[in-house]
Write a protein that binds this ligand. Structure first.
Ligand code: NAD
Length: 345
């Protein structure tokens, strides 16, 4: 297939780009190159004859029409988004414009292209979303594909709106879509403002490791390369107009997660004392969701997919990657807002 991947210079999008090329697909990577992007993430495939890059903003409808007409993709995988909850608290406007208006533009450009091509049945618009649209769980229960939407941050509300638009375009115009809602990703090339890289990099710099609130918030951690595999499987084998939840089957509290990373660092980069001594509890994020958990039954039973690594294996690979790729993250630490406490409301 020729796949138009939006947000392919970001964390998850770049994993999908790399995996799609290895799997033999052609890729058009469409990315505006915001603060969160890094073209080094796709350096391993940049010279491949089946890879093309288009710097474009999904808010720019004319650019989208040109890119569809030029490249004539068989499918779209839509990952471009503003993705950091803390930034959405400080500046929700960019989240509304990119995640909602941008998705609307992309749907309209895809619909025009698909209609003019004679509405091919095999065309797919794959929308990549988050489990955060479902809100916050108590101590028990899991999100299924039929859980009611209950977003609670500007980020998750904007993603929920984009999910609704995608379903509406399928129902109203017949656009062939699939959707996925995944849990928290981690792994190589994770931008250094998100929890896991913050922990690793603060530890390596001997700085305090901040944990919001009491560290009891629970997330289900999904290794990014497992996620990329799942996304390409859903694109090719997922049922039309169906959504799939994708989780890592690895629920951990933030405190447990950080302690695990510290013990891996104690082994791989030993120093006097434990890195865990750097853990510091800081003021919680406003509206911090208590727990997310994914019921993975549908993707497992219908498509035969399960995550391949435990969180301990994935974290070890991730820590090794950050130790071996200092040049990659050192350059990103200079970017606007990175390393600062954001989103205190
Ligand atoms: P990211 O922030 O690392 O990357 C986003 C990419 O989108 C960047 O390369 C950026 O330049 C690009 N982009 C942003 N605005 C754009 C615009 N207006 N036009 C074109 N490109 C633009 O994000 P990520 O963590 O890779 O997340 C990818 C997708 O997966 C997002 O839709 C996100 O909501 C979703 N998701 C992420 C997670 C996670 O744990 N990271 C979990 C669930 C869902």
């Amino acid at each position: 297939m020729k796949i138009l991947i939006t947000g392919g210079a970001g964390f998850i999008g770049s994993a999908v780009v790399r995996r799609a090329i290895v799997d033999g697909h052609a890729v058009v990577n469409l990315d505006a190159l915001t603060y969160a992007a890094c073209l080094d993430n796709v350096a391993s495939v940049a010279d491949h004859p089946d890879y093309a890059f288009e710097q474009a903003d999904i808010r720019d409808r004319a650019a989208l029409d040109r890119i569809f007409a030029t490249h004539r993709p068989d499918a779209v995988m839509h990952l471009a988004a503003e993705s950091h909850v803390d930034r959405s608290i400080d500046g929700p406007g960019d989240f509304i414009e990119t995640n909602i208006t941008g998705t609307f533009n992309l749907l309209e450009a895809a619909r025009k292209y698909w209609t003019e091509a004679g509405r091919p049945e095999a065309f797919r618009f794959h929308h990549i979303s988050t489990d955060e649209v479902f809100g916050s769980l108590g101590a028990t229960g899991q999100f299924t594909e039929t859980t009611s939407y209950d977003p609670r941050s500007p980020y998750s509300a904007s993603k929920a709106a984009s999910d609704h638009l995608v379903r509406a375009w399928a129902e109203t115009y017949g656009l062939p879509v699939v959707l996925t809602n995944c849990s928290n990703n981690y792994g190589p090339f994770h931008f250094p403002e998100k929890l896991i890289p913050v922990v690793i990099l603060n530890a390596l710099h001997g700085r305090s490791i901040p944990i919001y609130g009491d560290g009891s918030n629970v997330r289900d951690w999904l290794y990014v390369e497992d996620h990329a595999d799942a996304l390409l499987l859903v694109l090719q084998k997922g049922a039309l107009n169906r959504s799939y939840n994708i989780g890592g089957e690895n629920e951990r509290s933030n405190l447990e997660l950080v302690q695990t990373i510290c013990s891996i660092l104690d082994r791989l980069a030993p120093k006097d004392g434990s890195y865990a001594d750097l853990i510091t509890f800081v003021t919680d994020r406003p509206g911090h969701d208590a727990r997310y958990a994914i019921d993975p039954t549908r993707i497992r039973d219908e498509l035969g997919w399960r995550p391949s690594v435990t969180v301990e294996e994935g974290l070890e690979r991730t820590v090794r990657w950050y130790l071996d790729n200092r040049g990659w993250w050192q350059a990103l630490l200079e970017r606007d807002g990175v390393g600062q406490r954001l989103g205190q409301g």
